[in-house]
Structures are given as C-alpha cells and as structure tokens.
Write a protein that binds this ligand. Structure first.
Ligand code: AOF
Ligand code: ZN
Length: 347
C-alpha cells in the first residue's frame, strides 16, 4: 500500500504547482488502521509545511499512525519550525518518505532525527522517481544554484514551428495554459514580445509567470507595445546595452545576454525554480539563444507540441541546434491532448 499512499501525496502536492517556489511541492497523508485520517499539502513558501497541515487535521488520530510524506520532513527552524518535532510530539509510529531532501540544511538530518526519537522511517522506493519528478526544478535549483530550463515549441505535422499564439492549447484548460501555471518564469525574445501577446495561464488560481525578455541591439530601446502603454505584467528585461529611458514598472537588467549561466543564477536567487523558453520563431535571435543554452549545458527539458496541421512553408525549418548536430533526449514520454501529440524528454 505504500505506493498507493505515496501517489496520493504526489497528487496532493501538485495542487500547489506554480505557487511554492523557491520551496518544494510536498504532500502528506496520515493513515491509521488502514484508513486515511487526514491529508495536507504545502500551499506556498512561508506557509506551514505539508506534514503540519496533515498532523493538525489528524489531531489525536496521529498517535500510532503511519505518515506518508513525499519529501523528507525538515529538521530546521526556517520560516516555520521543524516538522520532525511535530511528528515526534504527536507520537506517530512510522514515517514513509518519498525522497530525501536535497537541501543541505535538511538532507538526511530529518530522517536521522525521527529515527533517534524511535520512529520507524522507510523510503518508498516504488514512488521515489515520481517524487523526484514532481520537484525536478526544486532539486535542480538546490543542487546547482540555477533555474531549471525547459524549452518548449509547437510544430506542425511537417515539422515547422507554428509562430502564433491563440491556438486551443492557449485557451482555458488547454495544454499550454495548464503548463504555464507550473512555471515561475518565461523567457521570450523582445522580437516575440513586440509582435505577440505574452502567454498567460487561464487556469483558475494560476499565478502568472515572471516574463524575462531578452533584448538586444536596437531592441534594447524596448519598443514593445505593453511597455510603451505602461500596462506591463511582472517583467524583467535583460539587455546587453543600457537603455536611454527606463520604462515605468519594468525592471531592466543590463547583463551580457551570452552569459546564460549568470542569468539563470540570478533567476534562482530571485526564487525562480523553473523557466520556460518559449520558442515560436523559426530562426531569429531566440534560435541562437537556444543553441547557447544547449551548448552551455543549461537546458534540462524539451517539450514539443505537435499540432494536427500541415504548414505550407515559406522557407526551411530552423530547429536544429548547431547545424546538423543532434543530441539525444532521454526518458521520453508522449500523450495526446485535444488531437495534439505532446512529447516530453530530458537532455
Ligand atoms: C516546504 N514545504 O512541505 C516541506 C519543506 O523556508 P521554510 O522554513 O519553509 O523551509 C523550506 C525548506 O524546508 C525547503 O527548502 C525544504 O528543504 C524543507 N521542506 N519545505 O516549503 C514542505 N517539507
Ligand atoms: Zn517541514
């Protein structure tokens, strides 16, 4: 039954997708005499941890119960007190964890603390991979100090980049609208920002991502409609040459746009765990930007949405990184949503 309860924890944790950064998504269920007596998930950084919600809700029923938690319980005083103490005080019998915490302040210390208090602790090996996948961006940020990068594009059946927003995928309930809800930031080129509306999630309760606009050359004067109108969403413009007039409400950072490593470090320091590179332009500046991400080994994941359309092409498709070179993708998954095929793989 461990696997079943742990999958339940992962599902609960995922309810807060897009809201927890820089902290992880975590879910917890308390089971006594074969019955789930309570559940909890971590809703937002700074709020109580998943285990605390579940233990509060269980009350006296937590005594002698088994707690399932998708991440090793913390053992430190941070924004909230240690969860290990809550488990010890409520006298749970055993704790099943989905994965150890990569956070060096917590790693293995939470488990050790519980064990030394006489609580049985075991890892749910069956669901460790799903727990890791749930928090792949949190883990990456914790281990590398950089934001996790996903490249996303939309292709027609004949492999041409579909360069427009407004497809069913962007609508409420659509794949892209749901995907955006899970990202802390979206990187677009200033070219894209000039000619398209910025992608937003239409899902209930979604927090919109931070827009990271890569400007260069003449674009650095920020001739972008929403900036000129002063109706800006939360956005940061990265530019390699200083601009004459700083637009109201928009942060402009002068950074070498080729130094992607420092850009991703900066985003991680701002609390972003993951960023999506929205690739909707064949050729153009974002194409070379993607080359750079890949070459610098700063790209972690690729998402491709294959639309049920055939594009009458004006020119060759420019999707290749570094000419004819290719690199393999691992752990490929695919599914079908509203007639589109979604492909996902890891670099
Ligand atoms: C969470 N929610 O359910 C668990 C976390 O800043 P704090 O005090 O909230 O501590 C954040 C750290 O606590 C986080 O990096 C992770 O190591 C640990 N566990 N965090 O926000 C949770 N279990
Ligand atoms: Zn905790």
């Amino acid at each position: 039954m461990d696997g079943l309860y742990m999958r339940w924890c992962v599902e609960l944790a995922h309810k807060a997708a897009g809201h927890t950064s820089p902290n992880p998504m975590v879910g917890c269920v308390i089971v006594r005499d074969g019955r789930v007596v309570s559940e909890g998930f971590h809703p937002k950084a700074g709020r109580p941890h998943a285990d605390v919600f579940a233990l509060r809700d269980a009350g006296d029923l937590a005594e002698n119960a088994t707690a399932y938690v998708s991440l090793e319980p913390c053992n430190h005083y941070g924004r909230t007190p240690p969860c290990t103490v809550a488990f010890i005080n409520t006298k749970v019998k055993d704790v099943v964890v989905g994965m150890t915490d990569p956070n060096p302040i917590v790693a293995f210390k939470g488990i050790e603390r519980l064990k030394s208090a006489g609580i049985d602790v075991r890892l749910c090996a069956e669901e460790e991979a799903s727990c890791r996948k749930l928090n792949e961006a949190y883990i990456h940020r914790m281990l590398t100090g950089k934001a996790f990068v996903t490249f996303r594009t939309t292709l027609s059946m004949n492999g041409i980049v579909v360069n427009k927003s407004g497809s069913t995928s962007d609508q409420p309930g659509g794949y892209y609208s749901q995907l955006l809800k899970e990202y802390d930031g979206v990187i677009v080129s200033s070219n894209f920002a000039k000619t398209n509306t910025l992608p937003i999630s239409h899902e209930a309760g979604a927090k919109q991502p931070l827009y990271i606009i890569m400007a260069q050359g003449e674009d650095s004067q920020l001739n972008i409609p929403f900036i000129k109108e002063g109706s800006a969403p939360e956005a940061v413009v990265l530019t390699d040459s200083p601009i004459s007039v700083e637009p109201a409400g928009i942060e402009v950072l002068v950074l070498d746009r080729m130094n992607l490593e420092s850009i991703l470090q900066l985003l991680a320091q701002r609390g972003l765990c993951n960023v999506l590179v929205d690739f909707r332009e064949a050729g153009g500046d974002i194409s070379s930007l993607l080359n750079n991400f890949q070459e610098a080994k700063l790209l972690q994941k690729v998402l491709v949405e294959l639309l049920p359309i055939w594009t009458v092409s004006q020119g060759p498709c420019d999707l290749a990184f570094g000419g004819n070179q290719s690199f393999p993708l691992n752990d490929m998954e695919h599914k079908e949503v509203n007639g589109c095929v979604l492909l996902e793989g890891y670099v």
